[in-house]
Ligand binder design. Structure first.
Ligand code: SF4
Length: 484
């Protein structure tokens, strides 16, 4: 498919919107008119000072529409493109024109400018967001605000990356390496040793700057791929390096049930961890096999019970809507089984097909039916979780997601994962340690953000460790410039 960009600067927006309607098409972007289109469908987007135009031409004919260009040229063109694509495909995306990552942030901004009703009207009437998703953005925005109020100028959070997993899930696009391969397994001890050192160095900077550590999150990867001793070494490094007196939350992802043991859970408890995540993804064993996870639904239940027995009173469970081979009924059963276990959080993701995943490499594509099924799954999740006393408190969207749908964290009252909101809403600095981690420095009294990237893969992290510590010298410089 060809996307022609004629006389306007909105390539990024028009391309993103076109991908919502045609997620599997290879797009050729052309500035101006294509000279040779062959049999490809051509979508022309054009603007003058007074008018916007969209033309969709393929083997079945030509559909063309024009409209007056309003004060906001981008919105005029996107609106027209949306209408043409909607009419051409018969498909109405639930998030309408919205392609951004954080709809709740936009909702809050609009609410401040024109009140809650005005924000809702703008979502439904101008951006064509469905009433259901508009209500979701409004509710998430309100809950986020309460958590954001906890953050102060001197606040910071810590993210620790453990980029190892037992095997690689077929939809995974993270840098995580499967320890089932000897080469990855060999890296683990040295990785843990250096990571403890990076944690110590980061703690020194935090103390010197007088920052206040609010939340810690160990993610990856699957941190519980490490042994109980390795986990203990890292948790000890955290305790030695940071003042934890103001810490509100300490999460470690124990995502893969096949990595969870009583010894590891005890090490986490002893190290001060308050929250764990045990992720079924689905309670359908056949689907688990298809996506390359080496555990069963029964193992998820056992891991959950082990975590409760170890004393964890704040547990999250992740599920994914739209996994290959998962019917709507089977997904609804997964929601019901997760609810029956009564965790404090249930996070419902929608399948996303990122370039680095095995599924994408194998040529998996989304179709209209799978997008509609995912929509039905999310609708069921929202209703069933609402009935079970869970409220949506955190939401984000990703590109290349089935039906252009969202990921939503649901929680029982008082169990919102603070880190998720702090990180997503960029309200304070998040210090990253480990391979693939990013330190995001946020100006204490302004909107400036500066990023420091760690090396992506464990091997690079180990070999480039001293340069990586050098990069962290930018942290005090940032605070000297922006003040506390
Ligand atoms: S558990 Fe998560 S990080 Fe690990 S392979 Fe699966 S999707 Fe990737």
């Amino acid at each position: 498919m060809i996307l022609e960009i004629c006389n306007h600067p909105y390539q990024y927006e028009t391309e993103k919107l076109l991908r919502v309607f045609f997620p599997n098409e290879k797009l050729r972007i052309i500035q101006g008119s294509a000279s040779n289109t062959g049999s490809e469908a051509v979508v022309t987007t054009a603007a003058t000072d007074t008018e916007v135009l969209v033309r969709f031409a393929d083997a079945s004919g030509v559909l063309e529409a024009r409209d007056a260009r309003g004060d906001d040229g981008e919105l005029s063109l996107e609106t027209l493109l949306f209408r043409v694509l909607q009419s051409r495909t018969g498909y109405t995306p639930k998030w309408g024109l919205l392609t951004g990552v954080r709809p709740s942030k936009l909702f809050l901004k609009l609410e401040r400018a024109c009140g809650a009703d005005g924000a809702k009207r703008y979502f439904t009437d101008t951006l064509f967001v469905s009433p259901e998703k508009t209500a979701l953005a409004a509710e998430v925005g309100a809950r986020e605000q309460a958590v954001l109020a906890l953050s102060r100028p001197e606040s910071c959070s810590l993210y620790v990356s453990i980029p190892f997993c037992p095997t690689r899930c077929s939809y995974c696009s993270f840098v995580s390496q499967a320890v089932s391969t000897p080469s990855a397994r060999k890296l683990v001890p040295e990785y843990v040793r250096l990571l403890a050192q990076e944690i110590e160095e980061t703690g020194k900077l935090v103390k010197a700057l007088g920052l206040r550590l609010e939340s810690i999150y160990f993610g990856g990867g699957t941190p519980t791929t490490l042994s109980a001793e390795q986990l203990e070494a890292l948790l000890t490094a955290v305790r030695g390096a940071f003042n934890l007196s103001a810490l509100r939350e300490y999460t470690v992802e124990a995502g893969r049930p096949d990595t969870v043991t009583p010894e590891k859970l005890q090490a986490l408890r002893a190290g001060g961890v308050t929250r764990v995540s045990i992720n079924p993804q689905t309670f359908n064993d056949e689907v688990l096999r298809t996506i390359g996870r080496a555990h069963t639904a029964e193992m998820t239940v056992q891991a959950f019970e082990m975590a409760r027995a170890a004393g964890f009173s704040d547990i999250n469970m992740d599920l994914i809507a739209g996994l290959p081979g998962e019917s709507v009924a089977s997904f609804c059963n997964s929601i019901d089984r997760a609810v029956a276990l009564a965790p404090e959080n249930i996070t419902v993701h929608t399948l996303s097909l990122k370039r680095a995943s095995t599924m994408t490499a194998n040529g998996t594509q989304f179709d209209k039916e799978s997008a509609e099924n995912a929509d039905e799954m999310l609708h069921y999740a929202a209703t069933a979780l609402g009935n079970a006393g869970f409220n949506p408190y955190y939401m984000y969207r990703q590109s290349k997601t089935l039906g252009n749908l969202e990921n939503t964290g649901y929680t029982k009252d008082g169990y919102e994962c603070l880190y998720n909101i702090f990180m997503m809403e960029e309200c304070h600095t998040v210090l990253g340690a480990g391979a693939g981690a990013v330190t995001k420095l946020k100006a204490p009294h302004g909107a400036d953000i500066s990023r420091i990237f760690n090396y992506k893969y464990p091997y690079e992290y180990i070999t480039g460790f001293s340069q990586l510590l050098e990069r962290k010298r930018a942290i005090p410089v940032f605070y000297e410039t922006h003040g506390l």
